[in-house]
Every structure is written in C-alpha cells, then in structure tokens.
Design a protein around this ligand. Structure first.
Ligand SMILES: Cc1cc2nc3c(=O)[nH]c(=O)nc-3n(C[C@H](O)[C@H](O)[C@H](O)COP(=O)(O)OP(=O)(O)OC[C@H]3O[C@@H](n4cnc5c(N)ncnc54)[C@H](O)[C@@H]3O)c2cc1C
Length: 413
C-alpha cells in the first residue's frame, strides 16, 4: 500500500535523481520516495544526451566528479564504453592549449598523449575531414556512456532497496514556518517528508519560483544535435571527437553517427514544456550546423566507409534534435542545501558528473564527512547576493560558447 510519510522525497528520476535514490537507499532503513512525471520514457535532458564523457576539466572539482562517475558507470553492464576521446587542434593557439591540458591531465592522473596527424587518422571514425586538424590530444580512458542504461540500472537498485516510485507531477513544495514538510502533486495529493531533494534538472528554477518564490541562477538552454541515417551494419567503436577550437563534437552511435555544435548564439529557453525537447524551427541552428559539417565532417558520416575526404552532403542529416540542458554562472553544478531547512537541490549536472554528484549529496544528506572544497564549489548559495540574479543568468548564458575555451572546458559534450 502506498504510504504518504517519508524521510526523503526525491523529485526527478533522470540520471541524477535515480542515482541519488540508489545511493541513498543503500544500508539504510530510511523511507524514500522517488517522483517523476514520466517513468516510462526519459523525457528530461538525460533522454537526449549524446553520452560523451571527457574527464579532464579546468575545474579540479569537476575532474574529480567525472573520475568518480566513470568508476561507478564502469560497474554497470553496458553503461560505459571506454572508446577514448580525441581533441583535435589546428591553430597554433589550439596546439598550445593541448600542451597545457596534457600537463593538467598528468596532474590528475589521467592518461593522455599528443598524437600527430597520421597517427590520429588511424583512430578516427570515417567521418572526420582529414584537413580539419593538425594534431590531437588523446584521452584513452574517456568514453561513451549510455544514459538510459545507467538511469534504469540505478532505478532497479533503488527499487530493490525499497524506494517507492510514484509517477506524478509535483506542483508545490510544502513548508511550515522555515522548514520543508513535503510536496503536493497536480492531483492535489500531499506527501510528507523531513527532506525534499529537487533533482528536477532544467525544471528546477520553475518549480522553486512557483512554489516558494525563490530564484536560482540556473538557465535552461537549447542545444542542437544531428543524426545521420542508420546503416545496416554497425560501425566498429571509435573514439569520440571534439574540434575544441570550432566548438563541434561528434561520435559514432554504432548504427548511425551524430554531431553537435556550440558555435551559435546561446538560446535561453524561458518556457519549458513537459519534455526537454525544444523547437528547431526559429532556433537559428541551421547556420551553425552547416558550418560544422562543412569544416569538420566528410562524406564518411553515417557510413562505414573509410574517409575519402569527400564533402558531406546536407541529405546525410536524417534527424535534427534541439534539446535543453542547464547552465550556471561558473559551469559547476548546484548541489546542496537551500532555504527553507530540509530543502536540497541537485541540478545543472552533466551525465559526466552525475554519479559523483549523487554520491556527494548522499553523504551530505546522511550527515557524513565531505570534502569542504567540494562543498563550497557546489554550494547552490555560492554566488552570494552582491550580484543581481539577472547578471548571474547572463553569465551563465555566456558560458555556453566557452564550453571548449582554453579556460573553460566543462566536461560537456
Ligand atoms: C542535446 C544534449 C546533449 C547532451 N550531451 C551530453 C553529453 O554528451 N555528456 C554529458 O555529460 N551531458 C550531456 N548533456 C547534458 C545531460 O543530458 C544533462 O545534464 C543531464 O541529463 C541532467 O540530468 P538530470 O537528472 O539532472 O535531469 P533530467 O534528465 O532532465 O531529469 C529531471 C527529471 O525531473 C522530472 N521532473 C522535473 N520537474 C518535475 C516535477 N515538477 N514533477 C515531477 N517530475 C519532475 C523530469 O520529468 C525529469 O525526468 C546533454 C544534454 C542535451 C540536451
């Protein structure tokens, strides 16, 4: 029988909420409720992620979280394919950044090496234009995650440990005085809890504003991703590729290929529907996509042929997807407590850092010892009140085009 009283309610069962429910329910008799408006289909950002996991980041906190996440994903069958990452550079400045990143990688104990053009060609998928780079920085331990496999594995772990699942929409966070007491659903049903965690991704701002009139600097942005048509035979696994100076990335999905680009004006999404998909029409993405395919991709896209370096044709794009993820002013997640007492958030978290963040929040919720630097770096209140929310949001939006900048590799796709 469904009960209405819990120790912890987690709102959102994307990769973050599902991982949190799994970790939190381990070795405890806590009553935990996991709520999502859709358990059948992954309608949040997790369902649209391209799955690239690059572990090295200019932020040591993010590098640690990525390394911890990869360790976790590697224990789940079919979740992580260590295909490697090739960061391609073509300008003098780009090659210099590669040197710096190589040093940084060594400092974090991450395997990395520089490869010349010919050696790189042997590792690349067939769709990379031969003249689109001069040298590569190779990370053999990076790879491709399957966000669906990971999310479902964490949900099964949570379920087997007694976590209750309810498919419904949370419309209100209840509080009494300065303490959270639970949530209310769109059907008017109340669930009580001592603590509520919002793992609600891009919808977190909206839920907080509507419910407790609180704003956080989390900005939903649309991002374009393009798939080739499917091929009959699956292509062998290849490293995924980032043209860091051109803000473009691509991967082989086995039965098809895909690429994304950040080389366009950031597009904030003010009005969210019930899924993370946004409208391609009027997005202005076509220009960036054409540029990416002209500069980076060859006719090998979507085929198993080796690179003839012929030009990519527009008909090779079979499916264009615009989907939304969350940005913050410093490109770090928001993980920790916010007022009122008993309310926590875990949002703006890449697949790359999801398990690491969920483990970290589990420790906070269980009042276990955590690393103070990480607690400070992820604290949702770290931006203080000196800078206006409007300014913080502008900052967040600007980080979109810095995603592969020399100072701001975020670990995103
Ligand atoms: C096109 C694209 C490509 C990407 N590629 C990569 C990549 O290669 N590598 C990488 O690391 N990251 C990538 N990302 C980012 C990544 O997908 C997200 O950062 C991550 O999935 C966020 O997970 P989440 O669990 O926080 O959010 P979500 O997956 O959005 O989950 C939030 C859940 O909360 C539920 N929810 C929200 N509000 C309510 C409510 N009021 N009531 C009930 N349920 C609610 C939603 O239904 C949803 O299931 C990509 C994102 C996009 C859009």
């Amino acid at each position: 029988m469904e009960q209405d009283h819990f120790d912890t309610i987690v709102v959102g069962a994307g990769i973050v909420g599902s991982a949190l429910a799994a970790f939190l329910s381990k070795d405890t008799d806590q009553r935990i409720l996991l709520i999502d408006r859709s358990f059948d289909t992954l309608t949040g950002s997790t369902g649209y992620a391209s799955g690239l996991i690059g572990q090295l980041n200019v932020s040591p906190t993010l590098t640690t979280l990525a390394q911890e996440s990869v360790k976790e994903y590697a224990t789940i069958p079919g979740a992580f394919n260590r295909v490697g990452c090739l960061e391609l550079g073509s300008t003098d400045e780009g090659l210099c950044d590669q040197q710096n990143r190589l040093v940084m990688a060594k400092e974090h104990g991450l395997a990395a090496r520089l490869l010349g053009h010919d050696e790189t060609m042997g590792l690349l998928p067939p769709f990379v234009k031969q003249d689109s780079f001069r040298q590569a920085l190779y990370f053999p331990d990076d790879g491709l995650a399957d966000p669906g496999v990971i999310t479902h594995a964490y949900r099964s772990q949570a379920k087997s440990r007694g976590v209750q699942f309810i498919q419904t929409d949370v419309v209100e966070i209840k509080q009494s005085g300065s303490t959270v007491t639970g949530v209310v659903t769109s059907h008017g049903r109340s669930f009580q809890a001592r603590q509520v965690v919002l793992a609600s991704g891009i919808w977190t701002t909206q839920l907080l504003l509507k419910s407790i009139q609180k704003e956080i600097p989390l900005v939903p942005v649309a991002h374009p991703y393009v798939f080739s048509g499917t091929r009959e035979n699956r292509s062998a696994s290849h490293a995924f590729v980032r043209w860091t100076e051109r803000l473009v990335y691509a991967r082989n999905h086995g039965d098809r290929d895909g690429f994304g680009t950040y080389d366009h004006p950031p597009l904030a999404i003010d009005s969210l529907g019930s899924s993370a998909v946004s409208d391609w029409k009027d997005s202005g993405f076509d220009e960036a996509v054409s540029k990416a395919l002209k500069e980076c991709l060859s006719s090998g896209f979507g085929t198993t042929e080796t690179d003839s370096n012929g030009d990519f044709s527009e008909d090779q794009m079979q499916e264009k997807v615009s989907a939304v993820f969350a940005l913050t002013p410093d490109n770090l997640p928001l993980v920790g407590a916010i007022a009122p007492a008993g309310l926590w958030i875990a949002a703006a978290i890449w697949i790359t850092h999801a398990a690491g963040c969920a483990k970290f929040l589990t420790k906070l919720l269980k009042r276990e010892q955590v690393d103070d630097n990480m607690k400070f770096a992820l604290n949702p209140g770290r931006f203080g009140s000196n800078v206006s929310m409007e300014e913080l949001k502008k900052h967040a939006l600007r980080t979109y085009n810095d995603i592969y900048g020399a100072d701001e590799i975020t670990g995103g796709p």
